[in-house]
Design a protein around this ligand. Structure first.
Ligand SMILES: Cc1cc2nc3c(=O)[nH]c(=O)nc-3n(C[C@H](O)[C@H](O)[C@H](O)COP(=O)(O)OP(=O)(O)OC[C@H]3O[C@@H](n4cnc5c(N)ncnc54)[C@H](O)[C@@H]3O)c2cc1C
Length: 491
């Protein structure tokens, strides 16, 4: 695509901004139009009572995929963002008091595995080899490939077959290790991208190798600083960001989209339009198109990932012994996942991911205080029609009580600022279909070519980027999707 061409991107999530940087670096004059008052999408932020609360992603993996956004224009990421290494990656804790420190330090990881079951150390080694192989095939080779036609899927099939992609992550892990806690430790990661470890393709075991080689990082000042840095880079390159103005309409003529119209009445014409918004919502913007209506009907028959219930809170005091990332496992694993993914039951005993950024970066909290969030996977609004205004405060109490029982006995005495975010908030704030936190569920039948294509099949200059497209949710996923989409827009 020649320079002097123009693009509009609807939405400023990680995927939207990464795409914008790639387009602007290639000389395409790019405007991002964002509905909310701050950029970031799921990576939004709140500042309350001196605490900095990141709304969403906190585990930064594969920093190289982010650094690349700067090197495209000869810039240096360090100019805008400082990444701090997090060790251990996660502390996993169970109700019986057993713990497992998960890191990329081989000797420690072997020792931790042996603590759970000495007989599983060999199996773990073999799992590691599998993870490395599937990382090379699934992430390095296919992670940023735009799967536009079925033949691209057929070409990828041998690699998927070789790695037994039809098996689930949990099933695959269970082939290598026998201890149930170790099985949980090696399979829970898919939950971080919306996938049920019991159903998500074993290809996702690549996350283990991804973390092992790339590390786990935290942006100094919070993930919001990474977003801020990406926006600073985009604007330095000459890009334009419009905030607090939702796109209400995408105009079209024949098989081309021509302009977006915003809530404030701005009409922005462009040669290409890309949307980072929810898939169902995005097609809903194309008024008067029977094709878009068909896409919506089809998407509504797809499986959407669950939602999340997130409690943000500040505590009096500091907690040097509480890791940056802790997973507090429920006593139920498969039955709990069935509640969320199949039965649509709100679990009374949720598994929690606890985020404790102030242990890595004290500036995340006021002096003498600590910042936390606790996240529980919960059914989306299509699986369970819950009135979250009513249930939210009660569920917040359940979440806080579990943390008090498992980790911080005097939590309630220390509690200061506290608020929560529900599936309804995802629907209201982000236009997320069914309040899903991660868009389409990452099952094999909704992956690669079977996922939303990076370029629309009908409107030749309409593009998609973000969690609903290939390869899927998570920062490396959506930044990879931006690479795939940019290759089509700049090609
Ligand atoms: C609580 C939580 C924790 C997570 N933790 C991690 C983690 O630790 N590590 C990790 O890698 N991933 C994590 N994820 C997943 C990751 O955050 C997401 O997959 C990713 O950020 C989604 O990015 P996206 O590009 O799809 O855009 P989104 O974040 O979905 O942003 C889309 C943007 O489009 C805007 N928009 C929509 N419609 C319109 C419109 N009509 N007009 C204008 N703007 C519009 C929205 O306002 C929004 O800003 C987490 C997700 C959540 C929710």
């Amino acid at each position: 695509m020649a320079n002097n061409s123009t693009a509009v991107i609807i939405g400023s999530g990680f995927g939207g901004i990464a795409l914008a940087i790639r387009l602007q670096s290639a000389g395409i004059q790019t405007t991002i139009v964002e509905a909310r008052g701050k950029p970031g999408g799921r990576a939004y932020m709140w500042e309350r009572d001196g605490h900095i609360f990141d709304a969403g992603p906190t585990v930064i993996t594969d920093p190289a995929c982010l650094e690349e956004l700067w090197t495209l224009s000869g810039s240096d990421m360090a100019q805008d963002v400082k990444l701090l290494q997090v060790q251990p990656f996660y502390r996993l804790a169970w109700g019986d008091g057993q713990q497992f420190d998960y890191s990329n330090q081989e000797a420690q990881l072997r020792a931790e595995s042996a603590k759970l079951n000495p007989a599983d150390v060999d199996g773990y080694e073999r799992f590691l080899q599998y993870s490395r192989g599937v990382y090379e095939e699934g992430y390095v080779k296919l992670g940023a490939v735009p799967f536009l036609n079925f033949s691209s899927m057929v070409r990828a099939a041998p690699a998927l077959m070789k790695h037994q992609a039809w098996r689930s992550v949990y099933n695959l892990v269970s082939h290598y290790v026998q201890n149930e806690k170790l099985r949980q430790a090696l399979s829970f990661h898919t939950l971080l991208v919306g996938g049920n470890p019991m159903n998500t393709s074993s290809i996702y075991a690549l996350i283990h190798h991804l973390e092992k080689t790339g590390g786990v990082w935290f942006a100094q000042g919070g993930t919001n600083k990474l977003i801020k840095g990406m926006i600073a880079l985009f604007e330095r390159l000459g890009g334009k960001l419009i905030l607090s103005d939702a796109v209400n309409l995408v105009e079209h003529e024949g098989k081309r989209v021509t302009a977006v119209v915003t809530a404030s009445g701005q009409r922005i014409a462009a040669d290409m339009i890309a949307t980072n918004g929810d898939l169902v919502h995005s097609y809903g913007l194309i008024a008067g198109s029977a094709y878009a209506q068909r896409r919506i009907r089809r998407l509504k028959r797809s499986r959407f990932s669950p939602s999340l219930f997130v409690v943000h809170f500040g505590l009096e005091g500091s907690f040097p012994d509480i890791a940056h990332h802790t997973i507090l496992f429920s006593d139920r694993y498969r039955p709990l996942l069935d509640d969320i993914y199949k039965r649509g039951v709100l679990p009374p005993d949720p598994s929690l991911y606890l985020h404790h950024p102030s242990v890595t970066d004290p500036t995340m909290a006021p002096p003498g205080k600590s910042t936390f969030y606790a996240l529980a996977p919960v059914p989306n609004l299509g699986k369970a029609d819950i009135d979250w205004d009513e249930v939210g405060p009660h569920y917040r109490d359940i979440v806080l009580q579990r943390i008090s029982d498992m980790l911080i006995p005097d939590l309630h005495d220390r509690l200061g600022t506290c608020f929560h975010y529900t599936p309804q908030s995802f629907a209201d704030d982000l236009g997320a279909h069914l309040g899903s936190a991660f868009s389409l569920e990452p099952v094999l039948t909704q992956s690669a070519w079977f996922r939303a294509h990076n370029r629309d099949d009908h409107f030749g200059n309409l593009y998609f980027v973000g969690a609903g497209t290939h390869p899927g949710a998570g920062i490396p996923g959506v930044v990879g999707s931006a690479k795939a989409t940019a290759s089509l827009m700049t090609g």
